[in-house]
Design a protein around this ligand. Structure first.
Ligand code: AMP
Length: 193
């Protein structure tokens, strides 16, 4: 099963991706996690990505697409994956389509986790550690910018997939397990190849 998970920052996307990937038995492929691992290891890719991430901007498409092609070509992704945080732009969505066409596999579905802006602010405050420290890009000013980037760059990705009726909106407000259940129910309705 090849599934894309979309949702604004703070929608609980990472948490749901982890739970869903486990349920589905496919790897969770998170571009944010891969970038953060590279930043942590001080790789060339990490050094390049860091300035974009710290500012709440997207890493350039060509860098991100090259990285994801590499990851999706790995043996553990041969039978499916849950994409968490990719595609974030229409150009990335187009590149993913090209890759899927090369591989001869269609995308099975797109889950769009929907959360109102006010709930996002609450959640990102809750993501703060007890000592008050935050993930660098969870600072309030950066979060506001990431929400703007989401609206401008990533929301159009939903429209990109809409004509193929691939998009399943998921109400992202509620208990974690309840949201996972909604997502699994939506996935259960997808035709399988
Ligand atoms: P995330 O953990 O998904 O919120 O991603 C954290 C940051 O990594 C984002 O704010 C971007 O700077 C970068 N990033 C993650 N995924 C992508 C992507 N598909 N395209 C460009 N930048 C990305």
């Amino acid at each position: 099963m090849r599934v894309v998970l979309l949702g604004p920052p703070g929608a609980g996307k990472g948490t749901q991706a982890q739970l869903l990937a486990k349920e589905l038995g496919v790897p969770q492929v998170s571009t944010g996690d891969i970038f953060r691992a590279n930043v942590g290891e001080g790789t060339e890719l990490g050094n390049l990505a860091k300035s974009y991430m710290d500012a709440g901007n997207l890493v350039p498409d060509e860098v991100t697409v090259a990285m994801i092609r590499d990851r999706l070509g790995a043996p553990d992704a041969a039978h499916g994956y849950l994409l968490d945080g990719f595609p974030r732009t229409v150009a990335q969505a187009q590149a993913l389509d090209d890759f899927l066409a090369e591989m001869g596999h269609p995308l099975d579905g797109v889950l769009e986790i929907q959360v109102p802006d006010e709930a996002i602010v609450d959640r990102l405050s809750a993501r703060r550690a007890p000592d008050g420290s935050v993930r660098d890009d969870d600072r309030p000013d950066v979060v506001r910018h990431r929400l703007t980037v989401y609206a401008q760059e990533t929301a159009p990705v939903v429209d990109f997939y809409q004509p193929r009726q691939l998009v399943h909106p998921i109400d992202g407000v509620g208990e974690v397990n309840e949201i996972t259940r909604r997502a699994l129910d939506a996935l259960a309705t997808l035709p399988r190849d």
